[in-house]
Design a protein around this ligand. Structure first.
Ligand SMILES: [Zn+2]
Length: 347
């Protein structure tokens, strides 16, 4: 009878660790005016449903131009014509929120650096400075944006492009420091004319090929609110993931605006499930929620997808929900901590 007791103890320890349904590889704690959810409130929103979260703010701040909207204070980029500008303080805000947590609470977050301008040759220096100012915090960079419907054209100053050497410097530094890179780049223009060259995806693949040592997550596989799946999108994604030079590229299926396309018809859903089943190690679940106030809102996209996960093989489903997140982010944590040890700030 005595031997039962250790087993009970083991069972108690195991049940203390909730069996989380999912990890979230894409989450914005703050919005376009740098306000958001208190991180402790967010922990209770994650509850025992979401295990780990890649945590970041939003690199762009919406200007409140009184000349443009008067006393109406816009909180979203679609509410005004006034420009967006890069707001580097977001990284300090995220780091300080993370540092206010206990070790056990911190273990559930993977903070990311976003407050840089991808058209600035000095952006890589900002990222290095953030790591050295807040060692022990960050695992990646992003979500940062190159081509995005409605957003890119509103950014003050030079427009970011996929061909800018400043972006190459950023991705080179990410490889050196072991940072994961989460990039938003639409697969096509919002309203392409028939026969228009899909330069976004062509340039993006060239960028991926130039940076084989950087682990890259392509957010929303290039879809958006208006940018919809292009003809044969599943085949394009399949080709990218099958390409021998693109083994370092992963895809997140975040954003409810994207989920609506993937589950729109049985054919779309079957095509998406088939690609994920063929490449079970390459897809991550993410919410792309911005500053949610309750769990129902936060998990809206999960609830949209959850019944459809039955279309996946058990391996693909487990990897998409948790396995790929753990593998990629654990490796990033390990490598970035090693880089920080080897590169202390200059005294
Ligand atoms: Zn996002």
């Amino acid at each position: 009878m005595k031997s039962v007791i250790p087993w009970l103890a083991l069972a108690a320890t195991l049940s203390a660790q909730p069996d989380y349904a999912v990890h979230d590889s894409h989450f914005h704690l703050t919005n376009y005016i740098q306000e958001g959810t208190n991180i402790r409130d967010f922990l209770s929103i994650m509850g025992n449903k979401v295990g780990r979260v890649a945590l970041f703010g939003i690199p762009l701040q919406q200007t409140w131009s009184h000349r443009n909207t008067g006393d109406f204070a816009p909180t979203y980029y679609l509410q005004t014509d006034a420009p967006l500008y890069y707001y580097s303080f977001t990284d300090a805000q995220i780091a300080m929120a993370y540092r206010g947590l206990s070790k056990e609470e911190q273990a559930r977050f993977d903070p990311m650096i976003t407050g840089f301008n991808p058209a600035d040759m000095y952006a890589a220096d900002h990222i290095r400075r953030v790591l050295q100012t807040f060692p022990g915090v960050f695992s990646g960079i992003g979500e940062f944006t190159i081509h995005k419907e409605f957003v890119s054209a509103k950014v003050a100053g030079e427009i970011a492009t996929l061909t800018n050497p400043a972006l190459d410097r950023i991705l080179d530094f990410a490889a050196e420091a072991g940072l994961l890179a989460l990039i938003h780049n639409d697969i096509d223009a919002p309203f392409p004319k028939p026969g228009q060259e899909p330069y976004q995806v062509v340039q993006l693949i060239q960028l991926f090929k130039r940076h084989p040592r950087t682990t890259i997550i392509w957010a929303h596989c290039g879809l958006g609110r208006i940018v919809h799946p292009v003809h044969h999108q599943a085949a394009i994604v399949d080709r990218v993931l099958s390409h021998p030079e693109l083994g370092h590229v992963y895809i997140d299926i975040s954003w409810d605006e994207v989920a609506k396309y993937l589950v729109a018809t049985p054919e779309a859903l079957d095509a998406a499930a088939a690609v994920i089943n063929r490449h079970p190690s390459r897809f991550l679940f993410g919410t792309d929620e911005v500053a949610p106030q309750d769990q129902e809102r936060y998990l809206k996209i999960y609830d949209m997808y959850a019944p459809r996960f039955a279309k996946l093989t058990p391996e693909a489903s487990a990897n998409l929900r948790k396995g790929n997140y753990e593998r990629l982010f654990n490796e990033a944590r390990r490598r970035v901590r090693a880089w920080e040890q080897a590169n202390p700030p200059k005294k």
